[in-house]
Each structure stands twice: as C-alpha cells, then as structure tokens.
Design a protein around this ligand. Structure first.
Ligand SMILES: C[S@@+](CC[C@H](N)C(=O)[O-])C[C@H]1O[C@@H](n2cnc3c(N)ncnc32)[C@H](O)[C@@H]1O
Length: 373
C-alpha cells in the first residue's frame, strides 16, 4: 500500500507541522505502509533540516543512525577472518556491523579523528567486540596508523564522510546553526584554527570565495561583506553571532538554507576536509590487498566529485556504474541519509601513488591563502 503526503498541502510550513508530519510518516512505515513524500525542493529541504535535529535542541539528542548499512556490508563483500578498516568510526554503527560479519577471527581497525568521540565509542563496543582496535587518527595518514599496529594491508576500507549526530547535537563545537555554541567546528580541537578565527582573519574576498565554492552559497558576497563589517566592532565568536549576520542580509525564506551552506563551507575549510579526503582515498587504496575493496559514503557534491574521480583510474574497478542512494524508507526514518551517495571500487592492479594524488587534487577547487588546500 502506498500513501502520498504532499508538503504543498501543508503550506505555510513550520517546525511543529513538519515534526508532526514526520511522526505520521514513521507511524505508517512501522505499519508497513509505503509513503511517498512530495513537495517543492525547498519544502523537502526544510523537512529534512527540521527532522535532522530535535525540536527542543537544548534538551534532547538523537542517536546517530548509520547510513546504508546493508549496502555498505554488501559492497565490502565481507567474510569471517577479514581485516577491515572503518576509517570514520564515529558512533560505531558501521564498525559494529562489520565486526559481526568478520567475527572474532577477523580484525576491525576503527579510526576517528575526534578523540572524545572515539573514546566513547570504544567504551561502548570494546567489551563486546575485543577484535576491534580503536585508533584516534586522520585517515589521510592511514598507512602509518596501520604500520603502528603492525598491519601491512587490509581487505577493505570504509569511509563515511558525513557529519554525525554527536557533532551536531552534543559536541558543543558549533557544527549546527540550531544551537547556541562557540564557533569551533574542528573534529580534532587540538589541531588548526577554529571557525571563529577564520571569520576574523580571512579577507572579505577570501570569505566570499570560501562561501561560494565550499558552500555554493548564492548570497556569498553579501554575507562576506557583513562579516567583515561586523568584526570591526566585535569578534564573531558564537553560532548566534554568525546567525544574526546571515539573518541581516539573507531574505527570510532562504535563511535556513543559507545557514546550512555557510556552516558546511566553514567546516570544510577549518578541517581541510577535501585535501584530507583526497589523501585518505590514496592511502586507503594503497593499503588494500589485491581485490580489496574501498567503499565511500559522500554527502555533498565536492566530496563526491573526488570519489567519482576514481572511476577513471586504471587498476581500480568501480563496482557500480552509478552511485547507490538510500531507499525512500531509509530517508524517511533517517533524514540525514537523504544526500548520501555510495561508491565502491575493487583494487585490481598497482597504482602510481604520486599520479593518483595529483589526479584527485586536480578536481579540487582552490580556496584561500592559508594553505588549507
Ligand atoms: C558520519 S560520521 C561517521 C559515522 C559512523 N559511520 C557511524 O556509523 O557512527 C563521520 C566521522 O568521521 C570523522 N572524521 C572526519 N574527518 C576525519 C579524518 N580526516 N580522519 C578520520 N576521521 C574523520 C568525524 O569525526 C566523524 O566522527
């Protein structure tokens, strides 16, 4: 049975209505009814945004739900005894599913750049799965992490490049524009500069490029100008400070989307995400045994552009012609999955490392003078 819910019928939309619709849909899915959610692109984006974070964000938080788990497991082609890297362990959803499949004769190396987050995940999983090894680290240095563990090669690597619920809702580092927090946005707060520093030190032109290229933000010029005007009076230190700037220059119906895009842009810059992903992909491929598999979940076009560029690399065979995307049911139950694209590759031959890195870097946009990219 299929039921259609059209968001257009509920206009004007607001948070309360969207949360109510979300619960109605979940209720139907639980009863086995398929729901087709329709609406303008803007309505659907608002629906996903609202339902990706709790109503009263100061009190509640939702657990991170791992994305496309069965597709990830199938693409990794797991069997007992394998050694697999989860290069972005996060809350450990994929890590646990992988650990169950490789069993106690196997090994899972669970890596994450965020020390606090990985410590909490290790506390949760270690007692039940002693064959998971937890390592705080950057996937851009995957082979040295493996070397430290005495591991030369692995059968598979998973990279899940999104943001976790922990970062949005509990880290206290300003990843979400829906919370009043200091603007930090570093996955590893011991490294680099916080987002507030970036807003204080980049020139207006650099900020504009950053917002346009990494956020694909149409109001980039106005927002950059307002940031520079504001910081002459007082530093922009919190999400509230930045939100007020965006509210001043972006007209009402576009504000939430503009905030989501500006926050994404800052996060990419602060964490040097794209260069790290490029290096992480190279490291992962070089660490694979022949016929080993690389599986990547990307959530925005810049990341996916890098992962897609592996299609033309001789020595790598793409498993799918087009990326896999989550089912409608999964998106309804977990709106964060909405933009996920899964690509997977099988290593079939040797690949020249320097060439591969240059090939990937050539697809990256270049932004800023601070050496981030
Ligand atoms: C979407 S979450 C992963 C969620 C995880 N798959 C799960 O099921 O819970 C992405 C994770 O990647 C981590 N991360 C981001 N950049 C990283 C890097 N360069 N090296 C290692 N981990 C990184 C983040 O700290 C975050 O925990």
């Amino acid at each position: 049975m299929v039921e259609v819910i059209d968001l257009t019928d509920w206009r004007p939309l607001n948070v309360i209505k969207l949360r109510w619709i979300y619960h109605q849909i979940q209720e139907r899915v639980r009863r086995g009814v398929r729901v087709d959610l329709l609406g303008a692109e803007e309505d659907l984006a608002f629906f996903a945004l609202v339902n990706a974070s709790p109503l009263d964000s100061s009190k509640s938080s939702s657990p991170h739900v791992p994305v496309m788990v069965s597709e990830v497991l199938a693409a990794l082609d797991l069997s007992p005894g394998m050694t697999i890297v989860d290069a972005t362990a996060g809350a450990g959803g994929h890590t646990e599913a992988i650990a169950q499949q490789v069993g106690e004769q196997g090994r899972v190396i669970a890596i994450d750049r965020d020390p606090d987050f990985l410590r909490a995940t290790a506390r949760k999983l270690k007692p039940r799965y002693p064959w998971i090894l937890f390592k705080v680290g950057d996937f851009a240095q995957l082979r040295s992490i493996l070397n430290e563990l005495g591991i030369q090669s692995v059968h598979g690597v998973l990279m899940d490049l999104g943001l976790s619920s922990y970062h949005l809702e509990r880290s206290g580092r300003g990843f979400s524009f829906r919370r009043e927090e200091p603007l930090d946005m570093r996955f590893d707060p011991r490294e680099g500069q916080p987002a507030s520093w970036v807003l204080q030190h980049l020139s207006e032109r650099e900020l504009q490029t950053l917002f346009r290229v990494y956020g694909e933000e149409p109001w980039a010029r106005r927002i950059a100008r307002e940031v520079v005007r504001e910081r002459k009076h007082r530093p922009i230190q919190t999400t509230g400070d930045l939100n007020a700037i965006i509210d001043r220059v972006v007209p009402y119906p576009h504000r939430s989307k503009a905030k989501a895009r500006i926050y994404q842009a800052l996060r990419i810059y602060v964490n040097r995400e794209l260069d790290r992903v490029a290096r992480g992909l190279v490291e992962a491929i070089q660490a694979l045994v022949p016929q080993g598999r690389l599986v990547v979940l990307a959530y925005h076009s810049l990341e996916d552009r890098l992962v897609k560029a592996l299609k033309n690399v001789s020595g790598l065979r793409p498993l799918f012609k087009k990326p896999l995307t989550p089912s409608e049911e999964e998106v309804l139950g977990n709106p964060r999955a909405r933009s996920a694209k899964l690509r997977a590759y099988v290593k079939e031959g040797e690949i020249d490392e320097a060439w591969l890195l240059a090939h990937l870097r050539a697809v990256l946009p270049v932004v800023g003078r601070h050496g981030a990219f």
